[in-house]
Write a protein that binds this ligand. Sequence first.
Ligand code: ADP
Ligand code: MG
Length: 457
Amino acid sequence: MANYYEGDNQLNLNKIWQEALEEIAKNVSIISFDVWIKSLEVVDLKGNTLVLSTTSNSGKQTIIKNYKDIITSSVNKVHRAIGDVEIIVQSEPEEVEAEEPTSKTIKPAPQSALSSSFNPKYTFDTFVVGPSNQFVVAAAKSVAENPGASFNPLFIYGGVGLGKTHLLHAIGNYITETKPKLKVVYAPIDKFTGELTEALRTSKNGIISEFKNKYSKADVLIMDDIQSMIGREATQNEFFNIFNELHEHGKQIVVASDRPVSELKQLAERITSRLAWGILADIGYPELETRIAILNKKAYLERYNVSHEVINYIAESVTTNVREMEGMLTRVVFYAKMMNKNIVTMDVAREALKDIAVQSAETIDAGRIIDCVCKFYSIKKDELLGRKRTKDIALARQITMYLITELLSIPLEAVGRIFNKDHSTVIYAKRQISEECKKNRKLAVEINDMKQMLNGK
Ligand code: ADP
Ligand code: MG
């Protein structure tokens, strides 16, 4: 049991309050916490009543109405002797009316706290646009500029580490900045599920109004990683209800998943069909040029001093995951610091990436790509490399050429030679497959899967 007494048995109220805050945070939304709870200050203990202060009368009313019970029970949980909480207004003149907080009565402080639930680094400005993501960025911007009016819901999907969360935060940052009155709620599904479970656990008679209020009062609801709803019935139910309520009232919904809707088969059909109501936008693997631009931007933003050679080297070695690529950049910068160098040069980078680089060079080569495609489509290697022209084989052959050009930096002539073709056939295959992927989701997913298999995931 923690010791809350200091000196002459004087209760350490601040310590109790800090622990109570942690307890409260589990039970209210991040936004409620940031706006209403975090700024409360401990004033005194009167009998068994903990006195807390806030800065405005309207804030006091809101807190009493919505959060007093949870604050009281949390404080009581931390220290049994405290059985009640009183909220007072301190240091700011009392406002005349105590009704609904209007934009006039809300202080700038809560507003900035509101936007803080989004990572300030994840904005549209810091997101590099290239052919692999220009469509999704356009859709995200349109939603951010006119929430509820254009694409609803906006469904973003793409592989791990390709910028989905970044874009969700960019939308959130943009809206909280340009339309501060809108209530923007962001939650990854895991958090949503956690809050729901907790609400159900602590609810008397199954009523979870605070949880429901948080989500269904949103003007913009942003949900991340919705593939995590699979296998979670209660989460799907609540999500379904909230979705309907918001959509009916023209509120904007944005979701992200690392699988396209068609691959979320294990979710209830009523959910997948709704997700498909709006617009589906996918983030593909960034091309080499985009990867270089992302690294340059990151180096610029973090004030890293990295040579172009190193940037190119990293961009060439990681093809399917921007987070991993950024990890390499951070690693080389760290190494340079350790070696007291103020610019990251190739020799530092080679040393820093020794283990990682060797691994990727060893694990992917044309032979492995060929094997992977053969296994994936259950065809024989000599058929794939032979002259047979049946539709399936010809397609698999084009996919193999496409994957080799995407994943390895080998000259096109060399790729052609593997198949006894010239480089124009390779160029044609590359174009065919990337065009086809735009129209044919199934193929796009299959290719993604193969890339992931090849990258050892
Ligand atoms: P996901 O949610 O798709 O797994 P994240 O949004 O977490 O991926 O992105 C991983 C990292 O890569 C983040 O640091 C993000 O800023 C960065 N990133 C991804 N794509 C881009 C891009 N196009 N421009 C700038 N940074 C990017
Ligand atoms: Mg993410």
